[in-house]
Structure formats: C-alpha cells, structure tokens
Write a protein that binds this ligand. Structure first.
Ligand SMILES: [Fe+2]
Ligand SMILES: [Fe+2]
Length: 193
C-alpha cells in the first residue's frame, strides 16, 4: 500500500477480521463517530480521524496482553502509513505504549476513548436507553461516582482535556454529539416513545 491512505472499507475489513465481539465493534464505531465529529469541527481530514478511531483497539480481542504492540504489527504488515500507526498507539500512552499523544488528532483520541464508555453507561441507565437523551450534566454528575462505569478511568480523560486545553464540558458535549451521529450502529438509538 506504501503511503497510500487506507480506505474506510479496508479499516472495516481489518476490524471485523480481528474483532468478532459485538461490544468491541460497537466501541470502535463509537470512537470513530466521535473522531469524525471532532475532526470535522476542528477542520481536520474527517476520513483520517474516523479511520484511526475505527482501528485504535484492533488487537484487543485476540492479543489483549500485547495491546497496542500487535496493532502496530498488523497495520505495518498491511502497509499502513506510520502516521496512522503512531496515532493508534498513542491512545495507550503510559498503559500499553510509549507513544505520547502529540498531534491534535492524537490528543483527542486519547481523551475521548474512555469517555465513550462513560457516555454508553449514562445512556443505558436512561429509560429510553438512548444516547439521544444523554446530556452533559448527566455525565458530569457521575464523574465522582466510582462505582458507576467503574472501568472508566476518569483521570485519563482529565489528562486528555488538559493536554488539549479544552474544558471537560466541551469534550463531553463533543463526545455525546459524535456518538449521536452513530447511535444506530452502536445500538443506542433507543426505542421511539
Ligand atoms: Fe485501547
Ligand atoms: Fe478504545
């Protein structure tokens, strides 16, 4: 592939080949949706932002103990540009990779990855089970409740927002809006009432 940009179709095929789990696929679509929304808003190349979101956890199902490292290997085997690979790896900075987020795209990926999980749990406790009803204040209200979405590390999100110099509220708002655009694909459209 050389330095040719990967297409969404290629990214999707890799995602599906390496991830059979419905919840991992939905997480990928959620992160893609948010990255597209923010990339567009920030005047970036939406397609690049989205594709990196889609494959950031590529190796997680099959190589959880080598998370990030295997993603790098797989993408290199497929000739993906280094720009995409380093961006994908930077989401696990300090956890499964040494690649610190540097570009705006990388910092946003780092900041919103965990946040999508908090928005999912916030949607699921609503009677509608819909992300369309989630508000910034509902997510903020659960920030300090450690038992709520216990797996979501709030400190990573805060660190990401700090790196970006973006208020937490704005980051949460962007994440909700990005996920609303893909509500159907992530199973959070809810039931019409
Ligand atoms: Fe990850
Ligand atoms: Fe992730």
């Amino acid at each position: 592939m050389g330095e040719k940009k990967p297409t969404r179709q290629e990214a999707l095929e890799l995602l599906h080949r390496y991830n059979e789990s419905d919840s991992l696929r939905k997480h990928a679509y959620a992160v893609e949706g948010v990255m597209r929304f923010i990339g567009r808003k920030r005047g970036g190349d939406e397609e690049t932002w989205g594709i990196i979101g889609l494959i950031h956890d590529l190796d997680y199902e099959k190589f959880a103990d080598q998370h990030c490292q295997k993603t790098g290997e797989i993408l290199r085997e497929h000739g993906w540009p280094e720009e995409y690979i380093r961006a994908a790896l930077s989401h696990g900075w300090g956890i499964c990779s040494e690649v610190a987020p540097e570009t705006e795209l990388e910092k946003y990926l780092y900041a919103i990855d965990e946040l999508t999980g908090l928005v999912v749990t916030t949607a699921l406790i609503r009677p509608s089970k819909s992300v369309m009803d989630v508000q910034v204040k509902s997510v903020k209200n659960k920030w300090k409740d450690k038992r709520f979405a216990a797996g979501v590390d709030r400190s990573i999100i805060e660190k990401g927002a700090q790196m970006l110099g973006v208020p937490l509220e704005e980051l949460i708002d962007d994440t909700i809006k990005g996920m609303q655009e893909v509500a159907e694909a992530i199973g959070l459209k809810g039931n019409p009432s």
